[in-house]
Ligand binder design. Structure first.
Ligand code: SF4
Length: 353
């Protein structure tokens, strides 16, 4: 049996029943593929279901209030994905009559849609023979073809894209792409591939030459930089100050307790007092340390020092935030906080984050 047929037969029998596999709606498939980037399937499922309930169509997403959108995304991370979805939905609504384009070239003109997402939407929703290459597909291909080059190198990536493009030609391109991803997720796993159960073992050079776990070859990533910041749960007249980050940049459009990046060697409380003056124009009294939150971003490891205190009188003057609110503590929970800001809030309330 050909490699292609073996993959397709196996996929038909063994694929997991996932919510986005029960639809052919291009919009729903686009949302799922965007959420699944750098995020585990189990994490995505409840977000995907809530998101589609709240924004069931491209038009609904295009008309979404940014705070409402971020509320639905809060906790899923990589928030630029949500902002890009919003921008792209507006373009689809205004320039494409609310219908997602069915070819990769036009899909790629939309904000946030790169080569992978365009290939996934075109093949899964529209049956176009468009390739995809994600971590799972890369692992399967490097093993089947015994590719010993570093997969971080552009030349290796180009070669794998070409191989994926050849393989997808033929019937059921969407299923073929999903079969490759599913095989990587369930059988051809990073540490211990189950070659005995693999439907394409007869075609796999990595297996026949032994030790497929060595592949793919991946050079070490740049070490994440350590950074520190401080934030404050600032109360005045029974209300707490919350601030919103501007729409672009890290955690853009999300709410948090006001705070500041600390300079190297700067003491957290000292830096926070400076930062609160600079960023919200307020002086804090009785600042008490509540603990530290650790959070890992793609290239940074953040230590966030959390304080609780009172705000002296005076108007808020924002610098580097685009909105603020004084809220009762319970009302803070209705604002879209990022995961790290949510942990800080929980800690400031004296709960265990
Ligand atoms: S035979 Fe083993 S190494 Fe090759 S694709 Fe299948 S699971 Fe992966």
């Amino acid at each position: 049996m050909s490699l292609r047929s073996a993959l397709l037969d196996w996929y038909l029998e063994n694929r997991r029943d996932l919510p986005w596999r029960r639809t052919r709606d291009p919009y729903a498939i686009w949302i799922s593929e965007t959420m699944l980037q750098q995020t585990r399937v189990d994490t995505v499922i409840p977000y995907y279901e809530r998101f589609l309930e709240r924004f069931p169509t491209v038009e609904a997403l295009a008309d979404a209030e940014p705070d409402d959108l971020m509320q639905q995304w809060a906790g899923l991370g990589y928030y630029s994905r949500a902002r890009n979805l919003h921008a792209a939905a507006k373009t689809v609504a205004s320039e494409h009559g609310g219908e997602l384009p069915d070819d990769i070239e036009t899909l790629r003109t939309l904000k946030g849609i790169g080569r992978y997402t365009a290939g996934a939407v075109a093949s899964i929703a529209f049956d176009r023979p468009a390739a995809i290459l994600d971590g799972n597909v890369m692992r399967v291909l490097t093993r089947v073809l015994e590719v010993h080059e570093d997969i971080r190198k552009p030349a290796t990536q180009n070669r794998l894209w070409e191989e994926a493009a050849q393989l997808v030609q033929g019937p059921r391109p969407g299923d073929l792409n999903q079969a490759l991803m599913e095989l990587g997720a369930l059988i051809c796993t990073t540490k211990s591939p189950t070659c005995l159960l693999c439907p394409i073992r007869e075609h796999c050079k990595g297996r026949s030459n032994g030790d497929p776990e060595r592949l793919p070859i991946k050079s070490k990533a740049v070490k994440a930089k350590k950074v520190a910041a401080a934030c404050a749960y600032l109360e005045r007249d029974g209300k707490v100050l919350a601030t919103r980050r501007p729409p672009t940049g890290l955690l853009g459009g999300l709410w948090e307790l006001p705070g500041v990046d600390l300079d190297a060697q700067e003491a957290p409380e000292e830096g926070l007092s400076r930062g609160l003056g600079e960023r919200v124009g307020l002086t804090a009294k009785n600042l008490a340390p509540m603990g530290k939150v650790k959070h890992v971003f793609t290239h940074r490891v953040l230590t966030l020092h959390v304080f609780r205190g009172e705000a002296a009188t005076g108007r808020v003057r924002r610098e580097g935030y685009d909105a603020h609110r004084w809220c009762r503590s319970a009302a803070l929970d209705a604002l879209p906080f990022s995961t790290v800001a949510q942990k800080a809030l929980t800690m400031a309330r004296g709960e265990n984050p």
